[in-house]
Design a protein around this ligand. Structure first.
Ligand SMILES: [Cu+2]
Length: 281
């Protein structure tokens, strides 16, 4: 099944913007979407006119319109970009992308450096179409929408090959609208290098890292499992303070067997990654 999505530059997520501290970033933006939009550079310190807030820092870029974003990046870290017009809906349709500002002090050999853009989409699991914007009713209006399908770099259940004993650096971006993403790997701990404020002054160890919507986590770990081991890295429900919308289906289901079937499908949709450990060459 096919889901037509909104994108930056034709890919989901949008293209990686990679810069070094002190670089000037120039983006020639053309809006080919059917709706007006802007780009907000989430977490980056940019001049006010470049912040992408419609009606406040710039007029919205109308469908067919253009805008030139230009700013200098001063802080190393992991950031992302997304619209600021009808944000939750537009981000939910696929317009989001990563920005990495490299630190000149980073060690040259940091292991495998990966960007993992986590997201979710509110899709009808039957035919892949988007659920209506008001699906979920007032409950999700109040508490936020958790999509029916989780995505890592725009993919459902991608496989990731890691090498035993070879350090992994993960730049995790939570681009979903409401979903909290707790990250935990059996038998492993993470060293947290930084997050929303760029790189932290000193690192710390954690068994679990919770990445809330819009947040980033910059972590490293060394895969320790035997070569040939496969580990399913699954999203688990997280209590956001009032419970979770997990099990609160956004489509009305009358019969309980239908509900069960729906939930089983749902569980399968919550696999984020499959980690395959291989031997270090
Ligand atoms: Cu933002």
């Amino acid at each position: 099944m096919t889901t037509p999505v909104w994108t930056y530059g034709g890919t989901l997520p949008g293209p990686l913007i990679k810069a070094k501290v002190g670089d000037t970033v120039i983006i020639h933006f053309k809006n080919s979407l059917p709706d007006s939009t802007t780009i907000h550079w989430h977490g980056l310190r940019v001049p006010n006119q470049m912040d992408g807030v419609p009606g406040v820092t710039q007029p919205p870029v109308e469908s067919g319109g253009e805008f030139r974003y230009e700013f200098t990046v001063d802080d190393a870290g992991t950031y992302w970009y997304h619209p600021h017009v009808n944000s939750a809906a537009q981000v939910g349709w696929g317009v989001y992308g990563p920005i990495v500002v490299e630190d000149p002090n980073d060690p040259v050999e940091f292991g495998d450096d990966l960007i993992l853009v986590m997201s979710d989409m509110s899709l009808n699991v039957g035919d892949g179409s988007f659920l209506p914007e008001n699906a979920g009713g007032s409950f999700t209006d109040l508490f936020g929408k958790e999509g029916t399908v989780v995505l890592v770099n725009g993919k459902i259940r991608p496989s990731l090959k890691v090498r035993q004993g070879k350090q992994q650096r993960w730049r995790v971006i939570n681009a979903s609208r409401s979903r909290y993403i707790p990250i935990r790997l059996r038998d492993h701990t993470f060293t947290i290098l930084g997050g929303d404020n760029g790189l932290a002054e000193r690192s710390r160890e954690a068994g679990r890292v919770v990445v809330t919507p819009s947040e980033r986590a910059d972590v490293v770990f060394t895969p320790m499992h035997e070569p040939g081991t496969t580990q399913t890295f699954r999203w688990v429900p997280f209590n956001r303070g009032f419970g979770t919308v997990y099990r609160r289906s956004s489509v009305p289901l009358k019969q309980s067997w239908m509900k069960l079937l729906y939930q089983l499908r749902f569980l399968n949709n919550f696999v984020l990654l499959k980690l395959l450990t291989s031997a270090t060459p």
